[in-house]
Write a protein that binds this ligand. Structure first.
Ligand SMILES: [Zn+2]
Length: 315
């Protein structure tokens, strides 16, 4: 075959279809940055924790990937996997809520919009909850509320710090009032966790809005956020209409909230694990062996009424 024929044949051959291109992207060999549109080899992108190597944009990741990034291999133990949502109100919009749930479960392999579990982060044990935006926009219904509450209560009993990675459109409207009461329930569990002098760190990721912002996302001892995340309660348009004021462009971003004192630090994803480990180490509750050589009057044991009464009753 002459070179000319070869070119002629090639021209006749079907061009690589857009669909096939997209499939290759979806198959995961290549990933396209939604910010700068640069294509990156997915392996390289994953090695960089799905942060664009070109522009630093944080691509959206889901709960499994987040757990993989934060938890030491082989230490993750899921909690309450069997908890299933029910359609208590027989809610129906275009579809019935129970159909919607089944569809979401098939598509994501998750039972609801959060994964909770115990694991280790740089060798430090903790309770971790990770919301998953794929599942009905990470909306908070009874199961999300119950799983997080149980996670916090278990961590309180086992004296563990809690980290919750938030990503949510807010309360789940299909469960109405039952969704809204989760805000109070989780907040109550967090208060008992706090009373036990344990550390709680929410990590706000894109987007964190509605009832989640209005409850556990803002109740942290230290509140961390990823860069350029949308964080808010009501949407921008609603706020503008209510206040009858034009809002600044960067309104409801992590940078704006940091400047106004709602967020304590913006941590790039590539440094999140290290930062959490540092925070947990700083707040570790007095392992007695660390204070063996400290005089009683100066040690943190002496300042802790629980520990004092425990040693008193033992003696
Ligand atoms: Zn990019």
């Amino acid at each position: 075959m002459s070179l000319f024929d070869w070119f002629a044949n090639r021209r006749k051959a079907e061009p690589i279809s857009k669909e096939r291109q997209e499939r290759e992207i979806a198959d995961g060999l290549w990933s396209k940055c939604s910010e700068c549109s640069v294509l990156t080899y997915t392996k390289d992108l994953r090695a960089n924790q799905m942060v664009c190597l070109d522009c630093g944009h944080h691509l959206r990741i889901y709960s499994d990937e987040r757990v993989r990034q934060l938890i030491d291999p082989g230490t993750w133990k899921l909690l309450d996997e069997a908890l299933q949502p029910v359609d208590a109100l027989k809610f129906r919009d275009r579809k019935s809520y129970s159909d919607r749930l089944r569809e979401m479960q098939d598509r994501t392999g998750l039972s609801d919009a959060v994964q909770t579990g115990l694991g280790q982060l740089e060798g430090l044990p903790l309770g971790l909850g990770v919301m998953d935006f794929r599942f009905m926009g990470g909306s908070m219904g009874s199961v999300v509320g119950e799983k997080l509450t149980r996670l916090i209560e278990r961590s309180t009993r086992e004296r563990l710090p809690v980290v919750i990675v938030c990503a949510s459109g807010g309360a789940r409207m299909q469960e109405g009032m039952l969704s809204l009461m989760q805000m109070a329930k989780i907040s109550g569990a967090l208060e008992r966790h706090r009373e036990s002098r344990l550390l709680y760190v929410p990590v706000l990721t894109h987007p964190t809005t509605g009832g989640v912002t209005a409850s556990f996302a803002m109740l942290g001892d230290v509140i961390l956020a990823e860069p350029k995340v949308t964080i808010g309660f009501a949407g921008r348009r609603v706020v503008e209409q209510t206040l009858r004021e034009k809002l600044p462009d960067e309104f409801q971003t992590s940078e704006y909230l940091l400047a106004h004192g709602f967020v304590d630090a913006i941590v790039p994803r590539t440094q999140l694990k290290r930062t959490l480990a540092q925070l947990i180490r700083l707040h570790q509750p007095y392992p007695p062996s660390h204070f063996v050589h400290v005089p009683d009057s100066l040690s943190r044991h002496a300042m802790n009424p629980d520990y004092v009464s425990e040693t008193n009753s033992a003696s």
